[in-house]
Design a protein around this ligand. Structure first.
Ligand SMILES: Cc1cc2nc3c(=O)[nH]c(=O)nc-3n(C[C@H](O)[C@H](O)[C@H](O)COP(=O)(O)O)c2cc1C
Length: 342
């Protein structure tokens, strides 16, 4: 197998934006918000994307000025907000109605989006069912999917990218056809999750079909699925010819994975993990305020703090913390200096 030098891959261009050599951060609802995107980008990620945002939500935001101050409006605004200095801001939208998707894309651009990413991969019930038929369900309806992309590309001046899977099920792997259609209507970059809808977010990644997509289209393709470290990233690049890889779950509690894939240190000491956990909390506080920050940080702390005596008990107690003071007091109990780097 030919391993590539991940730190020296060719530049990828999306419109006027140039991607550095690092892996991109795969969008994850409830995780890839501004604080997490900031940490990942600082550690070497080349691009990050907001979590998926409904086209209906964006249209609601724009319908009346007063909606911006309502609870739903404020939530939507917080999701499309960049972290300080984020560039480019890539906003992912989902929906089934081409006109509404085009309108949502225009609204997102008006709010600062510099790239619009179309979600054609989400398998969540509330996205693919309930009359919505969006996300990965659109891979079964290539005409509507193509029409969405066509109208969005026409509606905005910024580059449009798309994220798909390999297909809906093992017998419906139509990623090559979908990719060609998307590129034909002007989509400038594709991120392909190398699994089918039936696989959810785990299980083997089909490198061969990913490689077929790469060969079939003229735009950069980012490969996604199952990357847990540098060797996985090298393997995906070598076996598929993808321009970059995208990392999702492998970055939870481990934003250093972006440093690792471009040749940086693999090891993180417990004190580094603890310091990042505290910084993550500060970024959350700046973003959404103290009380929500602590609730959100419970899961991240549990992902960061592993591999030392008493870790499980401490994680359980962090899961009960309700304010910053008690949360930080618990973090002070982490026995830094006693554990070897992992
Ligand atoms: C909790 C969670 C939330 C996700 N949310 C999104 C999303 O909002 N948009 C999207 O395109 N993909 C979403 N995904 C899929 C990921 O972007 C990625 O394709 C998937 O996790 C496979 O990559 P991985 O094996 O590196 O995790 C989500 C995945 C998870 C686990």
């Amino acid at each position: 197998m030919r391993f590539l030098d991940l730190a020296n891959v060719p530049v990828v261009r999306i419109g006027e934006h140039e991607l550095g050599p690092g892996a991109t951060v795969a969008p994850m609802a409830g995780i890839t918000n501004p604080p997490f995107r900031q940490l990942c980008r600082e550690l070497g990620a080349s691009l990050s994307t907001t979590e998926l945002i409904s086209c209906h939500a964006l249209v609601y935001l724009h319908r009346k000025r007063s909606n911006r101050g309502r609870k739903l409006g404020a939530k939507i605004l917080s999701l499309i907000e960049p972290y300080p200095g984020e560039q480019p801001l890539c906003v992912q939208i989902f929906g089934r109605d081409p006109q509404m998707m085009a309108e949502a894309a225009r609204i997102a651009v008006g709010e600062g989006a510099e790239i619009i990413d179309l979600n054609f991969g989400c398998p969540a019930r509330q996205v693919i069912k309930n009359g919505e038929g969006a996300g990965v369900a659109l891979m079964r309806d290539p005409q509507t999917l193509t029409e969405i992309a066509r109208q969005v590309v026409q509606a905005v001046e910024v580059p449009v990218t798309a994220k798909t899977r390999l297909g809906y099920s093992p017998s419906e792997k139509n990623a090559v056809d979908i990719a060609r259609r998307l590129v034909d209507v002007g989509v400038q970059l594709l991120c392909i999750h190398g699994r089918t809808k039936d696989q959810g977010h785990s299980g083997p990644v089909d490198f061969d079909t990913l490689a077929e997509v790469v060969t079939a289209v003229s735009v950069p393709v980012i490969g996604n699925g199952g990357i847990r470290g540098r060797a996985d990233a090298e393997e995906m690049l070598a076996r598929t010819g993808c321009a970059r890889v995208s990392i999702g779950q492998g970055a939870k509690g481990n934003p250093w994975i972006f440093r690792e894939v471009v040749g940086g240190s693999i090891e993180t000491s417990l004190s580094e993990r603890l310091a990042t956990c505290k910084r993550h909390l500060e970024l959350y506080i700046d973003w959404i305020g103290e009380s929500r920050a602590v609730l959100e940080m419970r899961k991240h702390a549990a992902w960061y703090l592993k591999g030392f005596d008493g870790a499980a008990v401490l994680r359980g107690r962090l899961g009960q913390a309700v304010d910053t003071k008690s949360f930080l007091a618990l973090l002070d109990e982490v026995p830094v200096g006693e554990s070897p780097p992992r």
